[in-house]
Design a protein around this ligand. Sequence first.
Ligand code: ATP
Length: 215
Amino acid sequence: MYLIGLTGGIASGKSTVAKRLASWGAVGIDADQLAREVVEPGTPGLAAIAAEFGDTILLADGTLNRPALGAIIFSDASRRERLNAITHPAVRRLTRDRVAAASAVDPHAIVVYDVPLLAEAIAGGLVTFDLIVVVHADAVTRIKRMVDLRGLTREEAAHRISAQASDADRLALADVVIDNNGTVEATLAQVDALWTRVRADEARTVAESDGTRTP
Ligand code: ATP
């Protein structure tokens, strides 16, 4: 199994890259999706959150009232930590389960873990990545895409960018940078070259562990 950590700032193009890799056969795991799954109705995660923060954070249909929870933790770091202490271990467990499941189905699977908070995932000893890929687009470009394609105001878009880790911090982690400032086609060409490289890397790893050698 070969595990790629895929990250990038908001609206940098992570999903665009992940989708292309999936079209070539990569198994995609989306950290944001897992974070939603661990607080679905009926999960121990949601029960623990209700016990900690009270039933006011539940909607009538039993789902999480995100704005209500957000209002509680927004200005209170210690309550935010209590929430993270519930959700982060659950996401870590689910991530490990999904990676193990992909490997059980295909021991040569190439798995792409799309994780906006990659630095935290690494610090938490979540999983060991074979390759870290950072998708990069300048703040100006990302703001324009959020305004044009997602209907945000310039201020909202800029605020979301400034709430995240800096580009420099992210780029410092990268083995490979995909430049997504240009056209989608230019980006997909970089992704296709990455796929070729990853396939070769994976095959080399297998050959080495078999004791055989590629020429
Ligand atoms: P988020 O951080 O919100 O999950 P993301 O990093 O996954 O976003 P995408 O959803 O791939 O980013 O891209 C953000 C938006 O910009 C999407 O609407 C996408 O279609 C568009 N987009 C991505 N790349 C390009 C490009 N090179 N040119 C024009 N639009 C693009």
